[in-house]
Design a protein around this ligand. Structure first.
Ligand SMILES: *Cc1c(COP(=O)(O)O)cnc(C)c1O
Length: 224
């Protein structure tokens, strides 16, 4: 043991191996699961280190920060994909629509209105995931579970196939499996394709419960 932290390349390879193992252990193909490397707060150099390992899909939680970091990199890496995963203010909707490939934090009717208007203005509509406040925590973003079915159906009518799935962050310190199961059932009820759940501490469990996207930050890039 040298005590030095693993490089981003090493950490990324380890996470990929664990994703593949978790998938195979439950009879899923590793290719069914997309790793979203969450680079928020880390510099562009960290993103470049991951790109050098062939990582193309990244997650950021602030529109401004994402734009500053990704717009220059994209010129050299046209295959890069940006997922916006943070709470989104309506006044940032147009900026988000311009730069994101996927917005994972659609969580209220006013934001749906703002994204719809922004899509009409820009002619661009990213893929959208509804964020569900699966533990109904007062401080957390996401649509309340009791309102989720109606909201998902309304978004599906409005956005068509661009409304592609669901996202959640289960309550810390609680049984995540129960919450992952609930989100998977909701996804099935609505016939949606994508299920974004699982972070550094619980992504293998999320894969067992059907995650198609895992959002992993600190296990790749280190502590924030
Ligand atoms: C920061 C963040 C992550 C990544 O969290 P880690 O624990 O660092 O893997 C995933 N999802 C969302 C919504 C986040 O804000």
């Amino acid at each position: 043991m040298t005590g030095s932290p693993p490089t981003i390349a090493d950490a990324l390879q380890a996470v990929r191996a664990r994703i593949a193992d978790a998938a195979e252990a439950c009879g899923r193909a590793p290719g069914e699961i997309t790793l979203v490397a969450v680079s928020k707060t880390h510099p562009a150099a960290a993103v470049e280190a991951a790109l050098a390992e062939g990582q193309l899909c990244f997650g950021e939680n602030r529109v401004q920060e994402a734009d500053g970091k990704f717009t220059p990199l994209r010129q050299h890496h046209p295959g890069m994909r940006l997922h916006l995963i943070g709470g989104l203010q309506t006044n940032k909707a147009e900026h988000a629509v311009r730069i994101a490939d996927t917005i994972e934090s659609l969580d209220r009717p006013r934001l749906a209105d703002a994204l719809h208007a922004a899509a009409e203005r820009t002619g661009r509509l990213p893929r959208l995931l509804v964020q569900v406040n699966i533990g109904d925590e007062p401080q957390k973003s996401g649509i309340a579970t009791a309102a989720a079915d109606d909201f998902i159906a309304a978004c599906r009518r409005r956005f068509g196939p661009a409304l592609a799935g669901l996202m959640c962050i289960p309550p810390a310190g609680e049984d995540a499996a129960r919450h992952f199961t609930m989100l998977a059932q909701m996804r099935a009820r609505h016939g949606l394709e994508l299920l974004s759940m699982g972070m550094s501490s619980d992504y293998e469990l999320a894969i067992r419960h059907g995650a198609t996207h895992v959002r992993i930050g600190s296990a790749i890039f280190g502590a924030r």
